[in-house]
Design a protein around this ligand. Structure first.
Ligand SMILES: [Zn+2]
Length: 627
């Protein structure tokens, strides 16, 4: 979760956290006025020469390094002690960061044009220039209007309610009900009311915001805002789009067979009137408001005989008297088993592990490095269950990444690209296999599920990780079209519904009216959080995992591998993490995996036994959804 600001990502560098795909909405949006940007050449403190550009970058880094420490502390207090006072302190520093971010991005765009810049200065100017999620144009009043709209949209989402049987349902509860209810009439009500109540009223504001932000992006030298977002990947926006499509093409056959199998199970469960045997799947039946992850309906699709794994991690934690802090100790031991240093003593003193009883806090899991050196912390409200056990391994991945690159200059204190930071923790969490649980003494060796249970294990993972791919892909595909104007406001909703049908094979449970704005009902659209990173992280985590398993000499089926205790993996992992954002991401990828290409092949290999099984199940079925 990123706390400091909605409009500038720089401010959040120290707080790399988890705006994960299943992110809970943040109800409290703080207003952060954006100042009027300046910018005549006369406003530059340093001459437009290589030396002047270098001096500018050094000043910015020194200033941000100092500011981020105090701002980080304010944000930490605000997240772990929610009061009007801490809101104001955090908003105060957030505003400063936003103001500086706008000013320095504009200046960076000027210095970036200087000929003869050295490598690091050029790279840092590029990072700085593209660091805004939404850029305000310099004309009078534009920045204020942009900020007001962005804040309003977030707030509208935060206050959004669904309805069920005439009663209002807050967003968090609606999400939970989508996961647990199995009554199609109630699911339809929840889905429709949420999309109508939350999305619809945002449409005009959203269109206005797009127009203003594009103006700002053009001033910084980008064709449009989507182009600016795609420029953050050490390749041209066109190359990035092509890579994006290639990664999808690699995984689509697996997704298509999962879709086909799940559709037939839903058809069997609900009957033809609710879910026909052919065509797209009804969006509200998949256990998630956006049909983005389907794990919640695993009970409906679980294969007979192989669905039950024979043990339950939550029960194991309780039976072994593992408390919340011990869960974190176990997570840390995974990393130290790789030869990485233990977490500092301050981590254990300053982290929030358990939900305090006496005050309001932000429970959504996040990982922090408050002083950008080694003031590492996690903030969670840990429950003794399997999900949180995995989340701990994930969060510590952020912490180990943050500490590994703490020798880098300020503008390089980040992941190699925004997919890397999320992928590190996830890749380690993939190693939480039954064999690993035996190694750490939680599971008896004779309880390790036999190979005939693998299908259940893989299917339950695929319902989240594979099902997510087309959704992860299309959120920003939609926005790229919106930002570059190929999707005008009148087509906003048709484009969204069309992409969901094309990539996910999903249709709304009811026809959508002409004034619908369904994308607004997904947090990251009104929240203006770029989404490609989540798609990339899903793919990358398997690439890292495969590389680690190869190093560890694993030669069994990939999904059974754990690299726990392997020092070579730790050494090479740390070498990649230490680079931070100092080099193009293919360099970082190569240092750990030996390849410069992102590829979904390891993910496909991981799920290969499941894919074979799905194809058997799907024999004779009319797979696909375009009739
Ligand atoms: Zn995360």
């Amino acid at each position: 979760m990123k706390r400091l600001s909605a409009t500038i990502s720089l401010a959040a560098l120290a707080l790399a956290g988890c705006t994960t795909a299943s992110d809970a909405p943040v109800a409290r949006a703080s207003a952060e006025p954006v100042p009027e940007p300046l910018l005549a050449d006369a406003d530059l403190e340093h001459p437009l020469t290589p030396a002047g550009a270098k001096a500018f970058v050094e000043e910015v880094e020194a200033e941000f390094l100092e500011l981020s420490d105090i701002a980080g502390r304010a944000a930490w207090i605000n997240s772990t002690y929610i009061l009007d006072d801490s809101d104001r302190l955090s908003a105060y520093f957030g505003t400063i960061f936003t103001e500086k971010g706008v000013e320095y991005a504009s200046k960076a765009a000027k210095y970036a044009e200087v000929e003869g810049l050295d490598y690091d200065t050029a790279r840092k100017l590029d990072i700085l220039r593209g660091s805004l999620t939404l850029a305000a144009p310099s004309r009078d009043g534009a920045a204020k209007e942009l900020n007001e709209i962005a804040t309003k949209l977030q707030s509208m989402y935060g206050k959004g309610k669904a309805e069920l049987d005439g009663k209002e349902v807050p967003g968090v509860d609606a999400e939970e009900m989508m996961a647990t209810l199995r009554d199609p009439a109630k699911l339809k009500q929840l889905w429709t009311s949420w999309h109508d109540n939350v999305g619809k009223p945002m449409k005009d504001d959203y269109a206005r915001m797009v127009a203003i932000a594009n103006e700002g992006a053009r001033e910084l030298g980008y064709a449009d805002t989507g182009n600016m977002w795609r420029s953050q990947y050490d390749m041209t926006p066109q190359e990035f789009s092509a890579m994006y499509d290639r990664l999808w093409a690699e995984t689509k056959p697996l997704y298509d067979d999962l879709h086909c199998y799940v559709r037939s199970e839903l058809n069997e469960f609900y009957g033809d009137d609710v879910q026909p045997a052919n065509g797209p799947i009804r969006a509200d039946l998949l256990g998630n408001m956006w049909a983005q992850e389907w794990g919640a309906i695993y009970d409906i699709v679980a294969p007979e005989g192989a669905g039950d794994l024979g043990y339950n991690l939550t029960d194991l934690l309780i039976a072994n008297d593992v408390d919340e802090v011990e869960m974190v100790r176990i997570g840390e031991r995974f990393y130290t088993s790789l030869g990485l240093d233990p977490l500092p003593e301050s981590f254990w003193e300053k982290s929030q592990f358990i939900k305090p009883q006496d005050r309001e806090v932000v429970c959504h899991a996040s990982a922090w490095n408050v002083d950008n050196v080694d003031d590492l912390r996690i903030k969670m409200c840990i429950k003794r269950n399997e999900a949180d056990f995995v989340t701990i391994h994930h969060e510590l991945g952020h912490n180990y990444y943050q500490r590994a690159y703490n020798q880098q200059p300020y503008l390089y204190l980040n992941g190699a690209n925004d997919g890397f930071h999320e992928a590190i923790g996830d890749f380690v969490a993939l190693s939480v296999t039954p064999e690993y649980l035996v190694q750490i003494g939680l599971l008896d060796a004779d309880k390790v599920p036999s190979a005939d249970k693998d299908i259940g294990l893989l299917l339950s993972q695929a319902m989240d990780k594979v099902a997510f791919l087309p959704f992860g892909l299309l959120v920003d595909k939609w926005r790229w079209g919106v930002f570059d104007g190929s999707t005008p406001p009148a087509q906003y909703n048709d484009s969204w519904v069309g992409l969901k049908q094309q990539y996910q094979g999903i249709v709304p449970p009811v026809p959508r009216g002409p004034d619908a704005f369904d994308p607004g009902a997904k947090y990251h659209i009104p929240g203006n959080t770029p989404y490609a990173r989540y798609f990339l992280a899903r793919i990358l985590q398997f690439q890292f995992y495969k590389a680690a398993c190869d190093m560890a000499g694993w030669d069994g089926p990939l999904h059974r591998c754990s690299f726990y205790g392997n020092k070579e993996v730790g050494q090479r992992l740390n070498a990649m993490l230490e680079m931070g954002a100092s080099k193009p991401w293919p360099d970082a990828l190569e240092s750990f995996t030996g390849t410069r290409q992102m590829t979904a092949k390891p993910m496909v290999e991981y799920f290969a036994p499941l894919h074979t099984w799905l194809k058997e199940q799907n024999q004779g079925k009319n797979c696909g959804w375009n009739s």
